[in-house]
Design a protein around this ligand. Structure first.
Ligand SMILES: [Zn+2]
Length: 416
């Protein structure tokens, strides 16, 4: 048996068009409708009813973990997702280049994204990594650039703590905030971590502001990438790998570092699909082809697509609807043709609702579908939020991967 688990990020919505349909309901999705007809659908609360999920906590819950038990911040997933090796004790952050101007006792953030820098990031990262911290003896760090202004930062050393605040003021024109121990966790390790971070970001201006990449940006009239903002302090979560729980090996196909990182933390192996990005321009046919190829060697494949959520955050109803239509035609279609339906189960869902009017995650439940030979077919013939409310699976919380694996007879028994 094989299994395919697909998450379309921020898939679900609220009534958006004049007829009161969500983007998913308005989209033409003949393939998903056909799978709903062959299988069973329902509504899933990604974490629990009324809880607004982050993408990271929602994914942990859908993958079968209790995020309240295991979640230890987001930065570690970003580090893992861009290929950094994270060890127990390391403290990880989401980080990005920013543009600052020095002030008498700090730095004013002019642009939190450094003009969405599109060249020279790796040279700048190299310059940063050459810094050695003088006050914070024994603390090492690694900054890795990913796409545009984004990157990840890892601190390594004895006695570090994830209980430190961010330096991101979250608004342009404001002063970069000093890292501080979080109240209630302000022990020696948190103080040492905050000191190392403050030292690092101060040096970051010294080595970056006059760097040739920034001189070039300056000549081109672009904002220099002359400072580092870091947030989402976290450590390696304590997770039982999926292979240990179920005895099966899986691969992840995702253009987004966060999702690849979560899957890696759960023990999946990353596979690159050519042309796959974390946006609306991703090559969905390439993801389908890569997944079908991966199924020859892996027991299951987890495919993540991000464009649905991006369009939701951008309040772009037409963009979300048309991306859902592309998922149906370019991802689901080729998978339907390529999967051996006598020996495979597939689950399709979202990790939360991202309504167009709100532009951020909300707590409504998300439609989910399961299809394959062991699924008890329900009476629904279309896939959407309201159809899912009438589906045979009713409404439940998280646990999509365990449910999918149960259909494959891979689930361990609880009790005797
Ligand atoms: Zn999400």
């Amino acid at each position: 048996m094989k299994a395919v688990f697909i998450v379309a990020d921020g898939l679900a919505g609220r009534p958006t068009d004049v007829a009161g349909k969500t983007c998913l309901e308005a989209a033409r999705t003949p393939n998903l409708d056909e799978l709903a007809r062959r299988g069973a659908i329902g509504l899933v609360d990604p974490i629990a009813p009324g809880i607004r999920p982050g993408s990271d906590t929602a994914h942990l819950s859908l993958l079968g973990y209790d995020p309240y038990q295991v979640y230890a911040g987001r930065g570690v997933f970003e580090c893992l997702g861009i290929g950094m090796s994270v060890q127990p004790g390391d403290v990880c952050f989401r980080a990005n280049f920013a543009t600052v101007t020095p002030d008498e006792d700090g730095f004013i953030v002019k642009d939190r994204r450094a003009g969405r820098i599109s060249f020279g990031q790796h040279e700048l990262a190299e310059a940063l990594n050459a810094i050695s911290l003088k006050k914070s003896v024994g603390v090492e760090f690694d900054f890795r650039a990913s796409t545009q202004h984004r990157g990840a930062l890892l601190l390594r050393g004895e006695q570090l703590s994830r209980f430190v605040t961010d330096n991101d003021p979250h608004r342009s024109g404001k002063k970069a905030v000093a890292f501080r121990p979080i109240v209630g966790h302000d022990d020696e390790a948190a103080c040492r971590t905050a000191t190392a971070l403050n030292e690092l970001v101060t040096y970051s201006y010294e080595v970056l502001h006059d760097h040739p990449v920034n001189q070039q940006r300056d000549r081109a009239g672009e904002h220099p990438a002359n400072y580092i903002l870091a947030r989402g302090a976290s450590i390696l979560p304590c997770l039982d790998p999926i292979e240990t729980i179920y005895g099966v090996r899986g691969a992840v196909i995702s253009g987004g570092a966060l999702y690849r990182g979560i899957a890696l933390a759960c023990g999946m192996e990353p596979i690159d699909a050519p042309g796959a990005t974390g946006g609306l321009d991703t090559d969905l046919r390439s993801k389908a082809k890569t997944a079908l190829e991966a199924l020859k060697t892996f027991d299951y494949v987890f495919i993540h697509v991000k464009g649905t959520d991006n369009a939701g955050h951008d309040k772009d109803a037409a963009g979300k609807t048309s991306f859902i239509q592309r998922i149906d035609a370019e991802l689901i279609g080729p998978l339907m043709d390529g999967i051996d339906w006598n020996a495979a189960h597939l689950a399709f869902t979202g990790d939360h609702t991202t309504p167009i009017d709100y532009g951020d995650h909300t707590a409504e439940p998300v439609p989910v579908l399961f299809v394959g030979p062991n699924v008890r077919q329900d009476l629904t013939v279309a896939f959407g939020e309201r159809d899912a409310g009438r589906g045979g699976l009713c409404r439940f919380s998280g646990q999509i991967l365990p449910m999918l694996f149960n259909y494959n007879n891979w689930a361990p028994k609880f009790g005797s």
